[in-house]
Design a protein around this ligand. Structure first.
Ligand SMILES: [Zn+2]
Ligand SMILES: [Zn+2]
Length: 156
């Protein structure tokens, strides 16, 4: 039987899920992939400031119920692009969890035009503001949840 071929959105979300496995704050592992014309321009995962210890070594750095030790996946992907002089205007970003408010603002000002997320995370404001800004939001949570379930279940 022919297997079902992954759509481009599924393909890049699968890669973002893989990128997330490099994250270093176990409160939430998040991966991000910036894509334009079916090509990956940058990737990022949430991790400590370059050169400093990770949460699993130094513990979380808590502030108002959040760990603030790490730079978020979306921010790291945008920083990676900046560092390497990669233009990302007009690109899409695939994130395993929908952006927090801080990252959403960066995404908007980086000129990204489409956000594809694998699960909803916390901030509802992104729905209203993406509409106002003309940023497309795509919810892939059903696909991601079904895939997670399929890989968790032992094969018959
Ligand atoms: Zn942490
Ligand atoms: Zn964030």
């Amino acid at each position: 039987m022919a297997r079902e071929r992954a759509s481009w959105d599924q393909y890049f979300m699968n890669i973002a899920t893989e990128v997330a496995t490099r994250a270093t704050c176990d409160r939430k592992h998040v991966g991000a992939v910036v894509v334009r014309d079916k090509s990956i321009l940058a990737t990022g995962y949430n991790g400590s400031i370059r050169g400093l210890g990770h949460c699993d070594e130094e513990g979380h750095l808590m502030e108002e119920g959040h760990c603030v030790r790490t730079v978020h996946a979306e921010a790291n992907a945008i920083v990676q692009a900046a560092k390497h002089g990669m233009g990302i205007e007009g690109a899409s970003i695939y994130v395993t969890a929908s952006p927090c408010w801080q990252c959403f603002r960066l995404i908007a000002n980086a000129g990204l035009v489409r956000i594809v997320f694998g699960e909803f995370y916390r901030d509802q404001r992104i729905f209203e503001f993406s509409t106002r800004l003309g940023i497309e939001l795509a919810d892939l949570s059903e696909y991601v949840a079904a895939k997670k379930k399929a890989t968790a279940e032992p094969r018959a």
